[in-house]
Ligand binder design. Structure first.
Ligand code: FES
Length: 168
């Protein structure tokens, strides 16, 4: 049985990267840097003045942010991206920090950072199920990269009665 890396077959030799809104699909070798791939193929990775003021892939400016799906087909978030947890919710990634490991879809949103209009795709039913299976609000928030308050709102919308926190 072949070894799996981030859900990718170890023997995979070509990855397909589809950029939107351009609607272009580009093939690349596994472990290709996403920012480099976009630039080499004239994909607009930056909005507005960030085209000229970005940090050129150092992971400092945050303006190369894109949505990447599925998250298991790229390298996991490293320390630089985890530090930007408020900006990089859900599937948002810094293209300069992403290594392509499988077939992915990449979407650039509006705004200087490319996050304007992004809505995290979390189903309330999934949150309710996790809670009913015994996970805490904090555990669900961490797992799904949500604010704990958002988890509470989703639970309320799903009609789930919340447990009282245990007294110390
Ligand atoms: S280019 Fe600046 S963070 Fe990626």
């Amino acid at each position: 049985m072949p070894t799996q890396i981030h859900g990718m077959d170890e023997r995979k030799t070509t990855c397909k990267v589809t950029f939107t809104p351009e609607g272009r699909t580009i093939e690349c070798a596994p472990h290709t840097n996403l920012r480099a791939l976009a630039i080499e193929n004239d994909i607009d990775l930056y909005n507005g003045i960030a085209k000229y003021t970005n940090c050129e892939g150092m992971g400092l400016c945050g303006t190369c942010t894109v949505e990447v799906k599925p998250s298991g087909a790229v390298s996991p978030k490293g320390a630089i991206e985890k530090f930007r947890f408020i900006q990089l919710k859900g599937n948002l990634r810094l293209a300069c920090q992403v290594s392509v490991e499988g077939d992915i879809e990449v979407k650039k949103y509006e705004g200087i950072y490319g996050t304007k209009g992004y809505r995290q795709d979390v189903a309330g039913s999934d949150v309710a199920k996790a809670y009913q299976e015994g996970k805490t609000v904090e555990e669900i928030a961490s797992e799904k990269e949500l604010h704990p308050g958002k988890v509470m709102v989703l639970l309320e919308r799903e009609g789930v009665a919340t447990r009282r926190p245990e007294s110390a």
